[in-house]
Design a protein around this ligand. Structure first.
Ligand SMILES: *Cc1c(COP(=O)(O)O)cnc(C)c1O
Length: 560
């Protein structure tokens, strides 16, 4: 019997040519295997994938560890099969913030994997530590933090950044909370359009989600700062302490950007009035922070020859992004607009000393760190072992440079502007419901009478039943677009703006379909095909909806 030599499952320890070549051959097999599945005119990889109603149950029933390992090329075949039918970022991939991993991003990951360092401690992962310090300085400088004072690390997503911001906020209020546990009069604030990460963090820290106060949004999905002031004051008057404000820059659905300057000024003034400390402000810039690449773009000279309308859109975004440095902490989700693989989120704090608030004492880390050797030990992260994802971030930053990111983002904005124009001209019944948000996302909504009912909804002139009926129409569009997502992949949201109802039955969220420009392969010249595809699906939706409302009328008669 041929016994397996387990050493053949590893890269070499001496750099010998034979093992190198078999490694490269395996990588080549994967890359070629994926290439064979590509088709630029659909939004997924080709290949057979039957996912019947019992798909996962059958997998559970049949999946067991093999007694004997298979040759690596056979395992690769199995891996490539996993990718059959997988969503893929062609020009028709328009669904959400789900980017293609760039080549430098992938090379950075590969580099990290080749040494498999542990980013917990520079003795175990010196490459990761070095890259992390470099990218923290680079991104600090970009937003206007002082790199010699700021700090940060890579973490588990924009959500992890929001969570750590909250931990810091709580400990800033009272450092004894670390030992004594959280009191129940601490409150956090974010807008109605904020990501649910803060909601989860409130649960996870034990503060409880009742202590999360949601602030109304303006029509552009940004936080209504007057409402923030009022709600903070109500909390204080009831004996509560505001400790944390999450300012979303920008929102994941509408690309609304909170005004950090106003939020900082208003909260500072209010807290001073009561002799209290201003809450920790976290800018949830996971998605939008990358537009800070335009913070010092010369809009006058316009060296990249960006088109007029795109330039205006970028200038409007900059008006908000230039205030990022007023936040105490923020985040860059490189797996979003940073063009790197999952998970490569970077959490930044304006003052590195804030990390001390959530750090361990030396005698609590007996295995690693705080020794005579090694200078960099991340005992303040919630993770213990950490991947060296900063290496991938560094690779992307070096390869794209400021110019590369600016060009890519400007292209996304170009496409979005072209889409809005073509949609308005070709399918006027699809009403754009985030018209005041320049950027890379368009939300559009259908109305049963094919007229623009958006303003009436926004101004609270529609009843709950009326809005729900429009929402149902839009849900039908979601279904039809979802059915055909293999051809073009659109997104949707059931939580756009919350609007008041004419019959005073509370606020209700609007449903809207979404175009999210995220593929580097989508260009303005593709917009006609995209709008043509949408037009057909919208006509189909109206036909189905008209049939449905007739039936409903009959149904009502039976009961009235
Ligand atoms: C994506 C996103 C998050 C969550 O980030 P993850 O990386 O998915 O954890 C939070 N806030 C905003 C604004 C986001 O866009």
């Amino acid at each position: 019997m041929n016994l397996l030599n387990v050493r053949t499952l590893f890269p070499s320890d001496d750099g010998n040519r034979q093992q190198r070549e078999s490694f490269i051959e395996l990588v080549k097999q994967i890359v070629e295997g994926v290439d064979e599945l590509k088709d630029p005119y659909i939004a997924h990889l080709k290949g057979e994938k039957e996912r019947g109603p019992h798909f996962y149950r059958e997998l559970t029933a049949t999946s067991r560890i093999p007694a004997n390992g298979r040759p690596l090329d056979r395992v690769n075949e199995e891996l490539i099969k996993l990718l059959h039918g997988h969503p893929y970022h062609t020009k028709y991939f328009l669904t959400n913030i789900l980017p293609m991993a760039s080549t430098p991003g992938i090379m950075g990951m590969l580099t990290a994997f080749m040494v498999n360092g542990n980013n917990l401690w520079d003795v175990y992962g010196p490459a990761g530590a070095e890259a992390e310090v470099r990218v923290v300085a680079m991104m600090s400088d970009l937003v206007g933090y002082e790199p010699s004072e700021s700090g940060g690390y890579t973490t588990w997503g924009g959500q992890g950044a929001i969570f750590t911001g909250l931990r810091i906020a709580i400990n800033k209020h009272d450092a004894s909370i670390k030992k004594a546990g959280v009191p129940h009069n601490l409150y956090a604030f974010c807008s109605e359009a904020a990501h649910y990460s803060l909601f989860k963090s409130m649960e996870a820290t034990g503060l409880g989600t009742n202590n999360l106060i949601k602030i109304r949004t303006r029509e552009d999905s940004s936080m209504d700062v007057r409402d923030l002031e009022e709600k903070m004051e109500q909390v204080i008057l009831r004996g509560g302490v505001p400790v944390y404000i999450v300012a979303t820059t920008a929102t994941t659905d509408a690309m609304g950007i909170d005004n950090i300057e106003e939020i900082a000024a208003a909260s500072e003034a209010l807290m001073a009035k009561y002799g209290m400390r201003r809450p920790h402000i976290h800018a949830d810039s996971a998605l939008g922070g990358f537009f800070a690449f335009f913070n010092d773009y010369d809009f006058e000279a316009n060296p990249l020859s960006i088109g007029e309308e795109t330039l205006m859109a970028l200038a409007a975004i900059r008006e908000r992004m230039k205030h990022l440095l007023l936040a105490d902490s923020l985040c860059f989700d490189f797996q979003k607009l940073g063009q790197t693989p999952y998970s490569t989120s970077l959490f930044l704090v304006k003052h590195a000393s804030d990390l001390k608030l959530v750090d361990l004492e030396p005698d609590e880390t007996p295995y690693v760190g705080h020794r005579g050797y090694g200078d960099y030990h991340t005992s303040y992260t919630l993770e213990c072992s950490r991947m060296g994802s900063s290496i991938s971030i560094l690779s992307a930053l070096l390869a794209f440079g400021t110019e590369g990111y600016r060009k890519l983002l400007a292209q996304f904005v170009d496409v979005n502007i072209a889409f809005r124009k073509a949609l308005a001209a070709e399918v006027p019944e699809a009403v754009i419901v985030n018209p005041h948000n320049p950027g890379i996302i368009t939300l559009f909504r259908l109305y049963g009478d094919r007229n623009n009912g958006y303003l009436a909804e926004y101004e609270g002139l529609r009843t709950k039943a009326e809005i729900e009926s429009e929402n149902r129409l839009n849900e039908m569009l979601f279904e039809i677009l979802g059915r055909d997502r293999g051809m073009m992949f659109f997104g949707d949201t059931k939580k756009h703006l919350y609007v008041p109802t004419a019959d005073r039955s509370g606020e209700i969220a609007l449903y809207a379909a979404k175009l999210f420009v995220i593929s580097p392969y989508t260009q303005p010249s593709d917009v006609d095909a995209i709008v043509g595809f949408l037009k057909q699906r919208i006509q189909e939706t109206y036909a189905a909806y008209d049939a449905l409302t007739l039936k409903e009328k009959e149904h009502d008669k039976v009961y009235i």
